[in-house]
Design a protein around this ligand. Structure first.
Ligand SMILES: CC(C)(COP(=O)(O)OP(=O)(O)OC[C@H]1O[C@@H](n2cnc3c(N)ncnc32)[C@H](O)[C@@H]1OP(=O)(O)O)[C@@H](O)C(=O)NCCC(=O)NCCSC(=O)CCCC(=O)O
Length: 344
């Protein structure tokens, strides 16, 4: 698969994104006689297609109350264990992870929350009531098996998942991919509770030798450690938590924050979360074989920033993390063993 995971964008700072999951990702392969710069005649060619909508998976647009989302239902009669999938800063509606999860037997809701259709263009704060509405949508859906739902998120999306697990009922299992466990830049609100943001200081931006910005240390210090008032009260979460950590994450210090989440849980007499750390792995841990995106636009600073990760190690981590996520959801949401098979 190295031919795929080692791909680099022609356009600098461009990230591989699968926007339309109904169209496969196609790579044309050609073997030429000789070498660059003067390759000879074409010896053979092949077409490699990766489906993002596995056979039999159904895609349904969801416009219910305020909820803007897409639901992917696995083949077969159902009901299926349910997952809500949430991305991070930048917003929009990204469906590729949800569609792949549905191929493994999970009814998965790719959930937008800003910068999509009639949702707000920007986000002033994070109101969990919106996410509660999405959770209720899943719970009342006849094809979704209750009594609880799984949550999967990356980065800011992971922190939203950890907040949902802490404040809302009926969350059975939560997976955070490079989340922080902290209310970062915007307050997280639910009814009369509000978690104040920790905030950041742009003077702490570093510029690497390559000229790229490194924002890994811009967040304010977590004074008081796990007792800091900006920490999400993860001890209130009912279901188990899996924290996936890239040890070379340059968006923020994921490994340190995972430690704080663990300390907080233990200080409250709760079970330790499962933490899986991957060396040489950056912020954008995607499904297997997505090429590494070393740097791209970060909406927070409106500049290109480095995300971290070394291509080979990052790719290995993506393969393993995917297996671990599937196995975790199978165990805690009651999927069948077949659905945990790590094939894409
Ligand atoms: C999907 C997009 C790209 C935006 O969608 P959109 O609005 O439909 O996009 P648009 O109008 O076409 O472009 C807006 C801008 O997004 C950039 N962009 C667009 N496509 C790509 C790409 N393939 N690679 C790299 N950059 C891309 C471009 O610069 C676009 O601007 P431009 O058109 O060039 O003016 C974005 O919102 C996104 O990537 N969303 C999910 C991001 C995500 O999960 N990020 C997680 C990591 S970062 C994070 O959450 C940090 C948290 C920090 C904190 O809370 O402290």
């Amino acid at each position: 698969m190295g031919l795929l995971w080692a791909l680099e964008p022609e356009k600098p700072f461009w990230r591989f994104l699968k926007r339309d999951v109904e169209i496969p990702f196609v790579v044309e392969l050609e073997v030429l006689d000789g070498h660059d710069p003067e390759p000879g005649r074409l010896l053979c060619q092949a077409r490699h297609e990766r489906l993002f909508l596995p056979p039999g998976v159904r895609r349904e647009s969801v416009r219910a109350g305020r909820v803007r989302a897409t639901l992917f239902l696995p083949p077969g009669p159902g009901p299926f264990p349910g997952i809500i999938d949430i991305f991070g800063i930048g917003g929009g509606l990204l469906e590729y992870r949800a569609s792949l999860l549905a191929g493994h037997g999970f009814a998965t809701l790719a959930l937008a929350y800003y910068n999509f259709e009639d949702l707000p263009k920007n986000m002033d704060n994070i109101s969990l009531e919106y996410f509660e509405e999405a959770l209720c949508y899943m719970l009342q859906h006849p094809q979704v098996k209750g009594p609880g739902i799984g949550l999967l998120g990356i980065s800011l999306g992971a922190d939203i998942c950890l907040s949902m697990a802490s404040f809302l009922k009926n969350v059975s299992a939560t997976v955070s991919i490079n989340g922080s466990g902290i209310s970062g830049n915007k307050a997280i609100n639910y009814k009369h509770s509000s978690i104040p943001p920790l905030g950041y200081d742009l003077r702490r931006i570093k510029v690497a030798f390559s000229g790229l910005m490194d924002i890994v240390d811009i967040r304010n210090d977590l004074v008081g450690g796990y007792e800091n008032s900006s920490m999400i009260p993860v001890e209130k979460a009912q279901g188990p938590i899996l924290l996936i950590v890239g040890q070379d994450d340059h968006n923020w210090r994921s490994e340190l924050y995972a430690q704080k989440v663990s300390e907080r849980l233990q200080a409250h007499g709760k079970e330790k979360p499962q933490i899986i750390c991957y060396p040489g792995t950056g912020h954008y841990i995607e499904p297997p074989y997505f090429p590494l995106c070393p740097a791209s636009l970060h909406e927070l600073v409106n500049k290109h920033v480095m995300w971290g990760g070394e291509p080979r190690a990052h790719s290995k981590a993506q393969v393993d993390a995917w297996k671990q996520i599937l196995a975790f959801f199978c165990k805690h949401l009651g999927g069948t063993q077949k659905t945990a098979f790590p094939k894409l």
